[in-house]
Design a protein around this ligand. Sequence first.
Ligand code: ADQ
Length: 761
Amino acid sequence: MKSIHLQIRFLVPLMVTLTVAALLALPLLDRMTLRWFSRDLSARGAMVAKTLSLAISDIEPNAKLDRLRGLLERGVLDERLVGIALCSATNQQILSTKGFPGSLTCKEAREIALLQNPRLELSSGAVHIGDFPVNPQQADSDRLVLLHDLSLPDRRSIDTRRYMIIFITVLGLAVAGITMIVAQLSWRGWVSGMRAILRGEGLVRPLLQTGGNSTGADSAPPELQPLEVEIRQHLRELEDNLYREHGPLTPWDPERLRGLLRTQLRGDQVIVVSNREPYIHLKGKEGIQVSRPASGLVTAVEPVMRACSGTWIAHGSGSADRETVDEHDRVAVPPDTKDYVLRRIWLSEEEEQGYYQGFANEGLWPLCHVAHVRPVFRESDWAQYRAVNQRFADAVVAEARSDDPIVLVQDYHFALLPAMVREKLPKATIITFWHIPWPNPESFGICPWRRELLQGMLGSTILGFHTRFHCKNFTETVDRYLEARIEHEHSTISYQGEPTLVQSYPISIAWPTDEERLRWPAPSEARRAVIERLKLPEDASIAVGVDRFDYTKGILERLHAVERLLEKYPQWQGRFVLVQVAAPTRNALEEYREFQDRIHRVTDRINQRFGTDTYQPVRLLAEHHDHAALMELYRAADMCVVTSLHDGMNLVCKEFVAARDDEQGVLILSRFAGAARELPEALVINPYHVEETTDALHRAATMPPQEQRERMASLRMTVREFNVYRWAGRMLADAGQWRLRERITRRVQRRAREGSEAMNA
Ligand code: ADQ
């Protein structure tokens, strides 16, 4: 429609121009055709006159007049000749034929004949006058005056004009038609070319199709290519600026997540199950205090629960937990806003020992991390693991307000729970997220209860891992140990007829709000505070490490790299400091106690070797820090060091990036952390390679501010966009679609059943 309007707008001026041109051209054409005819008549007249002159010279002088009249009368028998007169050299008319007007004298005729257009209008019509000497060699020869009828040329001229008008009209229409077609084709080409450029296809499609080796076959037309390059550059710059200033165009935030819960899940109940509770009540000197545990899982799931106001079921492990719940073991949290309900489950010492310390942390944790600590599998731990999973599953069923709640099962503590809940609530949508890596089938195969664990997990509707690599490992493990139908195309595994979607959902953090950022100290203030508190050198290059005190986090390898840095680059002695925050964790396990002791010993050794009275290269802060203290450290640091030997994702690196709104600071990141796949602008290292990590520390400490800014700006863009609301939102959106399909299938089946019952009746 739009293009038709455009063409009409184009055609009307074209037609007007052609008409004006035709109107201007016709008088000219008239003059031209008449001149042609006049010339033609003059030539014809000359010929007739010549013929008559020859005949006149043959006539006897005596018989002259009569013979001459007869001769001339025969001449005018030609329909085009109106009349002929014979004039003397002195312009006396000797004789004339009948049609010759009596009023026309020889003199007048001669004068007119000399004009360019020798035309005379008579009452009987227009005539052309020709004047020719009878004997051209004789100066005073008699003359013949020939009058030709001009009505015929006039008729011809009118005909010519008519044909010309028809010709110009047809030509005009043909030109307009061709122009229209050409314009239409080029307009479409332009429009589609421009659209393709704006969509980015002109450049991107060929790259995708040829694996970066563009042949230009699918690119924009050649005439558009320079324009394409320019537009793409401008768009990219605009997009970059927009992204830097405002973030992604449709960012995931609590509001969008709530919107999704309201629309796609229509306010369905959300129940979270995890071992660790998001708020622990502890008895302190000043009464009951609330603490948030150092846990990546809690960091990630808590903002989701704040957004959807559901129920969180977790192990009540705090010394004052029992005193703060109601008679149903529930307490509203967070303490200030009370956004959702925390339902606590109490575990006996044996249960905790077998299910948590034993099977989960001594068995599954090292099994999945493959971090060179041998997993231990005890029959008694397995029994407790099963029993506790059942207790939590029963709690889910008890908390469910409908037969189809959405249950978010967190982590390796509850591998059996999905199938247990499915048994009681077959219509529930169970989303299980595995926060740690999934090993290859051979490694997983050493678990004596591998089949039971897989069967339990396949009770889930959706099973999420951080990376596609972990999804692939899981699918291969199922393929190895269970009879299941695997559909790689749809990422589903059907076990005993029940499908499970296996998908990667990279976890993240909540991007800090403006109010939160206002509370942060300026980076220079943070640095001053940290230097003063920890008594660091004024010109210290500060590296920060924040971890649970766990052997998978590569703290030992980090210390080795610091030691090597001070050997290899002695200029850092007295200046380089690693501030290592390590929250005590799983202290009941010998493996952990030994590991923590070892870290202390290595720290002491390095400090003795390179330290002085006023300088210690490693500051080990083996305690839990609150959020504000961590933010201060992140903002004070010149670099953040993440050297995990294996990590599902790792949230510390994302927290560091989020904290650096000054776009300064360098991230050193282990390639064995899931986050390395999302954050390539970090200095990505192999933590087992001490030399490589050492060089990365040196490079980070000497990196120019501009390079830091470039890298950090890009990292921030990624973390901001791929935030925890997106993680939850994508899982819940998939769950929403699944539930919709289920509802439709159930409706269709019910109608089919009702139909067949009606037929039978
Ligand atoms: P974790 O192994 O706990 O998480 P991580 O992702 O790094 O590891 O999260 C640790 C969290 O605890 C961070 O939010 C950090 O700030 C906090 N923390 C660490 N030390 C602390 C301290 N001393 N004081 C206070 N807070 C501290 C598991 C997987 C990860 C995965 C997460 C989320 O092992 O790979 O990223 O779950 O899925």
